[in-house]
Design a protein around this ligand. Structure first.
Ligand code: BGC
Length: 718
């Protein structure tokens, strides 16, 4: 398509139309305006030049909207259809925070490709994913979508998603364009409250928060979305430091930019724009090409051009970003992108897709505690499944596009399918909401637990307690669920607790009594089958935490790669030490660490060897780690390599993950895992805010967070 010629034939109003995104309910028959379109005061002509649409429930609806649109658009420019595909389209896999804990970028890619195929068949051209906001505060509900608290993990998993969504060619029928979000530091909102202000130093921003967005850009992401929050006083949508200096000048990003939902209007609510006209100018000048669902561009952009505040060349440039994307998607040749509900129906929840979802749920689950109770024997005769998630299908998670709870497998169904001959009793016992305090269902559940050979206690938070806008100040198990765990485990020690959650929960009040705790996150369509396989040993847990679990909410924000203070607390964690950095009523360490997760087998680390202990700017160090599966069954281990800079011009974290590899070992099998360390891996934002490495000594260790299995040192010479 000759895009320049196309642009040349468009009026200013038609160009501006390309920069506006409306939802599917704005579009109807080509001759009639829908209610939302009328309430905006749109004419048919104005509607005909709109550039993109959010939503559309399936290929049939999207095809219809596109057909009607092309009938009335004088320039015959197809719409792009966009939507959030976060953890699956119709076949739902675990929420992001769980899935990235698989530490397996290929698995993340496999899930994402599956979602891309399903969504593209359903008519979509672009997904508002991946979300790679670094997260450190479990109170924030959106941690569930994220790739966790570590920059390397988030970068690796973000890039894996971009590549899998987009494939080699976004015009292919099985792929869509991706949109990295929310730029930047949305996860650092004060007090863990959604949309809240972010106050952050440039060093912290660059060191920890920016790498994951950059990794997605390097992976070729087609679109970027600025975040809702203000950062150091300036909302991202209108923030020249982020949108111009970093994004364009430093990173040379030349893809499209879309506002978040009504975020341009929100500039007036933040109070940085006096009115919608000023909001339009600020967002446009900062490189926001498309306005999602507010009307600043629609109402004021043409006027700003006529007044000479914005040049028509700048509008042309923005429009070209949209047209180029349409061209790359192949929409000028096939405006329907081969959307086909029949193809979709054949894939949705097909055995192949359910298999991917189940494997992903198994590999995302994290075994947090096990005194030997798990795995249960398959020979058990009587099983009691208790708790509000016992037979709950609403565990696909908060953002599952077209996912349907009735298509998800509950724990009870999963266990019944695995143990068809066992006697299984199910006792909901209580609710999972804050204010569900009724314990009258406990008695039955306790009685059943007393008489059971194995007890599965299914507790957690409902899906709507995490996700957008859903922050919490109490991140324990809601209602009386902790009492349920404690009362059940008191009568039968052959009990395992399954947790369903969208965030790290503070589990101190059940930790001691629970013989085993398995975190399932929101596991998706195949959750119950995955849980059953894990509980009864058909699958071996291998997931690791991508985010720290605090002991108490008062520790938030808490994360493994913290800075060393001048008065660190030494000695026993529980003991309060005056004038050291700590709390009177709680230790500093979390309940569960980033990178932590048990298996039914054990791995012993035998040695770590470095082929040299001196590194210069041109060289590399080969690190060889040897380990053995010392248990009785095959298992997967994530070998995590951490670094500490012993002295540097600015304080650096007490440990930083610099590489990881996941391997499978049979019982008694040993392996060597190799890593290469080069000078760029040692760089950081120093005291002068330069990204460089500094000569000196470094510690290297394998383990997780504060746990060191084996360590060594080397020197960087310059
Ligand atoms: C969210 C974005 C999302 C958009 C469109 C907003 O409220 O912050 O993450 O992509 O809605 O659904």
């Amino acid at each position: 398509m000759d895009l320049k010629a196309l642009l040349g034939q468009m009026t200013l109003e038609e160009k501006i139309g390309q920069l506006i995104q409306l939802s599917a309910d704005f579009f109807g028959e080509s001759t009639e305006l829908t209610g939302p379109a009328q309430s905006w005061g749109l004419s048919i002509e104005e509607l005909s030049s709109i550039g993109t649409c959010i939503g559309g429930k399936n290929a049939a609806e999207i095809r219809k909207i596109q057909e009607e649109h092309l009938k009335i658009d004088r320039n015959k420019i197809p719409l792009i259809f966009m939507r959030d595909i976060i953890h699956g389209y119709r076949t739902v896999y675990p929420i992001g925070l769980g899935l990235v804990g698989s530490f397996d970028p290929e698995l993340v890619g496999e899930c994402t490709e599956m979602a891309a195929k399903e969504a593209a068949a359903g008519g979509l051209h672009l997904t508002f994913a991946p979300m790679v906001d670094l997260v450190r505060d479990a109170r924030w509900g959106r941690v569930m979508e994220s790739c966790g608290e570590d920059p390397l993990l988030a970068s690796t998993m973000g890039a894996a998603q971009v590549k899998a969504f987009q494939g080699e060619d976004i015009s292919s029928r099985d792929h869509l364009a991706a949109c990295v979000k929310h730029f930047a530091a949305y996860g650092a909102g004060e007090s863990g409250r959604d949309y809240n202000s972010v106050e952050i130093s440039e060093r912290t921003l660059r060191q920890f928060y920016l790498p994951s967005y950059k990794a997605c850009i390097d992976a070729g992401v087609k679109m970027l979305m600025p975040s809702f929050n203000d950062m150091n006083g300036i909302p991202s949508t209108a923030n020249p430091f982020l949108m111009k200096r970093i994004l364009r000048d430093e990173w040379h990003y030349d893809g499209a930019v879309i506002s978040d939902w009504a975020a341009i209007w929100e500039l007036t609510v933040h109070g940085v724009a006096a009115d919608m006209k000023e909001a339009a100018r600020l967002a446009f000048e900062n490189g926001c090409h498309i306005e999602m669902l507010s009307s600043a561009y629609y109402k004021h952009l043409a006027e700003l051009v006529r007044e000479g505040v914005i040049t028509e060349e700048a509008v042309d440039d923005a429009v070209m970003h949209v047209l180029r994307l349409k061209d790359e998607l192949g929409l000028f040749d096939d405006p329907f992108h081969q959307a086909d509900d029949a193809r979709g129906e054949a894939m949705y929840l097909s055995p192949e897709h359910r298999e991917v979802a189940r494997r992903a749920s198994e590999e995302s689950a994290v075994l947090l505690k096990n005194d030997g109770t798990l795995p249960f024997s398959e020979d058990v005769k009587k099983v009691a499944i208790v708790g509000p998630f016992a037979d709950e299908q609403a565990m696909i998670g908060p953002w599952s596009a077209l996912g349907k709870t009735e298509e998800a497998v509950s724990v009870t169904s999963g266990v019944r399918a695995l143990l068809p001959n066992a006697e299984i009793s199910v006792h909901k016992a209580c609710g999972y909401l804050f204010d569900e305090l009724d314990k009258s269902g406990f008695a039955d559940a306790i009685e059943a637990a007393k008489n059971a050979d194995a007890v599965i206690i299914c507790v957690g938070e409902p899906a709507h307690y995490s996700g957008e806008g859903n922050s919490r100040t109490d991140i324990g198990l809601p209602g009386v669920q902790a009492d349920l765990v404690n009362e059940i485990t008191a009568v039968n020690k052959n009990s395992a607790v399954l947790i369903f959650n969208g965030r790290p929960l503070a589990l101190s009040n059940i930790y001691k009594n629970a013989p085993a705790i398995l975190d399932m996150w929101f596991p998706g369509s195949e959750g119950g089958n995955a849980a059953a396989a894990l509980l009864f040993g058909r699958a071996n847990p291998c997931g690791k935490l991508a985010m720290t679990f605090p002991r108490a909410v008062g520790q938030c924000p808490i994360y493994y790669n913290r800075m060393l203070t001048g008065r660190p607390k030494k000695g026993p964690e529980e003991v309060y030490k005056p004038f050291t950095s700590g709390y009177l009523d709680c230790g500093n360490l979390p309940l569960f660490f980033f990178g932590e997760g048990l298996s039914y087998t054990t791995f012993e680390y035998n040695a770590m060897t470095l082929d040299t202990h001196e590194l210069d700017e041109k060289g590399s160090i080969k690190v060889t780690v040897s380990l053995t599966n010392t248990g009785e069954r095959a298992g997967k281990e994530v070998v995590q390599l951490y670094l500490r800079d012993k002295a540097s011009s600015a304080v650096r974290p007490i440990q930083e993950l610099i590489a990881f590899k996941k391997i499978t070992l049979e019982a008694n099998e040993s392996a060597e895992v190799c890593f290469e360390i080069t000078e760029p891996m040692l760089r950081f934002w120093n005291a002068q805010n330069e990204y460089i490495s500094e000569a000196g000594e470094f510690e290297l260790f394998v383990g997780y967070a504060d746990h060191r299995y084996i360590s060594d040192e080397f020197t960087l010479v310059k």
